[in-house]
Design a protein around this ligand. Structure first.
Ligand code: T6T
Length: 324
């Protein structure tokens, strides 16, 4: 009988000590649903999450859609909910469209933490509204990131001229805030005109052709802010294809490996690297803290590293370039 109990206890991963269950001995399963799977930003986030899962003996399940789209993300979320993980970390691909699908997880008793992006206003656990049920929001300060981009682009173009934002699509918390932070900061530069935003659906090729179209309409275009990885990559490619390297200045959000070449060649002035590994690491740690009965902050901010020609070879900077 004793033997059988021991086996059963081991199988569930829960150990009974003097009649009580030690929750910290349970092997928790934590799911991480990225915005999309084939994006160096989320690949790097996964690494941080895996490091934290290893540290606390949890299992990390990484499952996502191939594109940044609620239509493809929601079925992945539903499949994860059906498996009943102990917690869900998710980068919601739309502020509004993921509220109801995530509510299903919360109603099923699965704690939800959003990483990178948020739902609703991103202010959680207030008892207000229909989207405050996630326990925590772990991310970069995207308004600040947009302001940093504006200051850098303004400086690069001598504080005068025409610029535009290459962005993904409206409704994504991160990129909406970057654009807002950028435009608010640009109000401080009366001689800079911000042209209409170009939305590329997270497609770098589309961002490249849009760049050329904007330039065709505005031969005096001075700069572009690429508000995420594919927007920046595409806008930079567009500048190169138009033969305007160094003339139309590019400020990039995100730091895939290609950014190094682009900075060295002068195609991109500066890249704002987020710290996605930190987001993944703290995401898992927050989930684990909650699951073991500890309180967690309703928001955790992670940092940026601004990369340009002057520091791109510094190993303390280069370590923030994303993993492929
Ligand atoms: O910029 C990141 C992420 O922060 C954003 O929410 C979506 O785009 C990226 O994944 C980069 O492609």
């Amino acid at each position: 009988f004793l033997k059988a109990t021991a086996v059963a206890t081991l199988a569930t991963g829960v150990s009974a000590v003097a009649g009580s269950v030690k929750a910290q001995d349970k092997k928790f399963t934590i799911a991480l649903i990225p915005g999309l799977t084939t994006d160096a930003f989320y690949i790097t986030m996964r690494k941080g999450a895996e490091a934290a899962a290893k540290a606390v003996g949890a299992e990390l399940v990484f499952q996502g859609a191939p594109d940044f789209n609620p239509v493809t993300q929601v079925p992945v979320l539903d499949a994860i909910i059906a498996k009943k993980p102990d917690a869900i970390l998710i980068a919601p691909t739309d502020k509004d469209q993921l509220i109801q699908p995530l509510k299903k997880a919360a109603d099923a008793g699965i704690p939800v933490i959003t990483v990178d992006t948020f739902i609703g206003t991103g202010v959680y656990q207030t008892g207000k509204g229909d989207a405050d049920f996630p326990l925590s929001y772990i991310a970069s300060d995207n308004l600040l990131g947009g302001a940093i981009a504006a200051r850098a682009l303004a400086k690069a173009i001598g504080e005068k001229g025409k610029v535009y934002v290459s962005n993904v699509k409206p409704g994504i918390s991160t990129t909406d805030q970057r654009e807002q932070g950028f435009k608010d900061e640009m109000k401080k530069y009366p001689n800079i005109t911000v042209l209409e935003t170009q939305y590329n659906d997270d497609d770098a090729n589309k961002a490249a052709s849009q760049m050329q179209a904007v330039y065709a309409r505005n031969s005096d275009l001075d700069g572009v802010f690429g508000a995420n990885l594919f927007s920046a990559l595409g806008a930079a490619n567009g500048v190169q294809q138009a033969g305007q390297t160094g003339k139309i200045r590019v400020v990039a959000f995100d730091a895939p490996t290609t950014i190094v070449d682009n900075i060295n060649s002068g195609l991109v002035d500066l890249a704002i690297a987020q710290h996605p590994a930190e987001i993944g690491y703290f995401g898992v740690m927050a989930a684990y803290a909650h699951l073991t009965g500890n309180s967690i902050p309703t928001s955790i901010g992670t940092g940026f590293t601004v990369i340009d020609k002057s520091n791109v070879t510094d190993k303390n900077v280069a370590k923030f370039i994303y993993s492929d």
